[in-house]
Design a protein around this ligand. Sequence first.
Ligand code: ADP
Ligand code: MG
Length: 403
Amino acid sequence: MTLRTLDTLGDLSGKTVLLRCDFNVPLKDGVITDDGRVRASVPTIQRLIEAGAAVIAVSHLGRPDGAPDARYSLAPVAARLAELLGSTVSFATDTVGADAAAKRAVLSAGDVLVLENLRFDPRETSKVAEERAEFAALLTAGVDAMVSDGFGVVHRKQASVFESAQAVPSAAGLLVAAELDVLGRLTETPERPYTVILGGSKVSDKLGVIEHLLPRVDRILVGGGMLFTFLAARGLAIGSSLCEMDQIDTVNRYIADAAERGVEIVLPTDVVVASQFGADAEHVVRSVDAIEDTPFGASGLGLDIGPETAANFAALVESSKTVFWNGPMGVFEIPAFAEGTRAIAAALTRVDGLGVVGGGDSAAAVRTLGFDESAFGHISTGGGASLEFLEGKTLPGLEVLGW
Ligand code: ADP
Ligand code: MG
């Protein structure tokens, strides 16, 4: 089966298109702090406008409790979208209520209307299929086609993602198609050597990816909070560092499986050990077998990979043809513990081949550390969705588009 692309929808001139976007941007006091996801939606919107369609763009934002909540309004997104498009964008203060109906009624070719946050209606994420179908029927009423372009939500069976795509002719937008093109290259015939870098806080979040990638990759570099569960599995003392004791058996199983397959699991040789968690913590570099051998003793905690490890990881990344990176190497939100993440990001920009960043915090790290996004082969807009794709799971929002 192949993904239905925009051209399968035929001539869209004079038609009305429901466009599922992922406008789930970070907001601070009603101001968008990172508009990456709004910008990512622009090519598809422009394509639809040029084709002569009227566009009704919908999305969720945050986790409101199935009821209107001004903190999660999409109004700032509609305003930002208007700036990016350089044209007027209308905004409805509800999704399937009176205001949306009035604004839909006056839409004409080339117009863009943004509806309020879909999750203000509990039917969007309802566990009951009939309730989702009912909401989808209202969203798609009077609509000629549905375009799915919110890659960050394709792993969710939700009304605007799944049932809406069943209700009317539907296809993937340009962003979803581009994401699949790149992620597909990571799972099908990646050029070797293929290196995967995993970090972030919880090893249990990443075990599925490790399992699925083990048969395909040459090496896995382990950093972030999860590295300490690996060190503990090797019997090393890790002080007060993050550790998931209940995952140690699983980690040992993966280490054995990797050895059998000839996949190298590369662990850090040094780490940055801090006196406590915080921006003003004292910190020192120690080799991984001496984490408790600091003035902080057993209360010391590892918050970043050390400089020797960063240099070693960077060299392995740069000598690879395909690299997938998920999960920061340390607590990058605090400058003192951001150097490992910075070194890996820099190495990724120098890969002679395909270098992909996946994961919400990893993508945010790359941007907040000041890297130019265009220096990377690809930065995935979907954290959970890209991981589930790499785990080989069936994603409902893609299946419904013929994938
Ligand atoms: P992603 O969203 O890219 O998949 P995760 O959500 O798995 O990444 O992990 C991101 C978080 O991991 C960051 O907030 C970072 O501070 C945290 N982290 C990284 N290294 C450590 C560490 N050594 N100890 C505690 N937290 C860590
Ligand atoms: Mg995260």
